[in-house]
Design a protein around this ligand. Structure first.
Ligand code: SAM
Length: 188
């Protein structure tokens, strides 16, 4: 049975280095690498979230190339890897497409919204417990999720902490996704 968790990669609203609200471009690496991680852990829905029409067209072209175009013949394995990928224009659209009653879980390298923070083990227990509750795990781009997205979340997953004493945490979103999915869904 597929895990009751979907993944969203938010390209707007996110913040830039100065904390301004921006929209980031979708990158090829994020499409492929995160889709593969979703496949490894059985996540069936990977939402690429952007309101920008040209970015939505870019993702559609990438998917077309690997699903029906030259890529589908050149490397059929990649077609499988991209199966979870869906594009939506907003977090709300992802929620409606996945499950209007889903529990939205944010992520950040920083401690945000302490009162909504949930640990990896606690969320793993919830995911493994029988029941109907689903979860949508949101990752940011740029310098992280905008505060309005964090406010929309019912929960915020604890950060992946760095090794002391530096506690360096600035992972690429691709690395952060893989670590989070392995901690929540991995069997090791
Ligand atoms: N300073 C940003 C922050 O606080 O999230 C880092 C942005 S990082 C380039 C893009 C995304 O990867 C973040 O929005 C978050 O979803 C995820 N991410 C990166 N490092 C993380 C960490 N140490 N713990 C949890 N998520 C992380």
């Amino acid at each position: 049975m597929s895990p009751r968790i979907a993944l969203g990669l938010v390209h707007h609203p996110v913040v830039d280095r100065q904390g301004a609200t921006v929209a980031t471009n979708v990158t090829n690496y994020d499409i492929h690498d995160i889709a593969r991680a979703c496949q490894v852990f059985g996540v069936t829905n990977y939402y690429i979230i952007t309101p920008m029409k040209e970015q939505l067209s870019f993702v559609a072209r990438v998917l077309e190339h690997w699903n029906i175009g030259y890529g589908s013949k050149f490397n059929p394995m990649r077609r499988t890897a991209l199966a979870p990928v869906k594009t939506v224009e907003s977090v709300e659209a992802a929620i409606l497409d996945w499950d209007p009653n889903t529990c939205v879980v944010g992520t950040s390298a920083r401690e945000v919204s302490i009162d909504k923070t949930i640990g990896f083990n606690e969320l793993k227990v919830k995911l493994n417990k029988e029941g109907q509750q689903t979860y949508l795990l949101l990752f940011g781009t740029g310098f992280g999720l905008h505060e309005s997205v964090i406010e929309r979340c019912q929960l915020v997953l604890e950060p992946i902490r760095g090794r002391m004493p530096k506690d360096y945490r600035h992972l690429s979103v691709r690395s952060a996704v893989s670590i989070c999915l392995d901690r929540l869904l991995g069997t090791w």
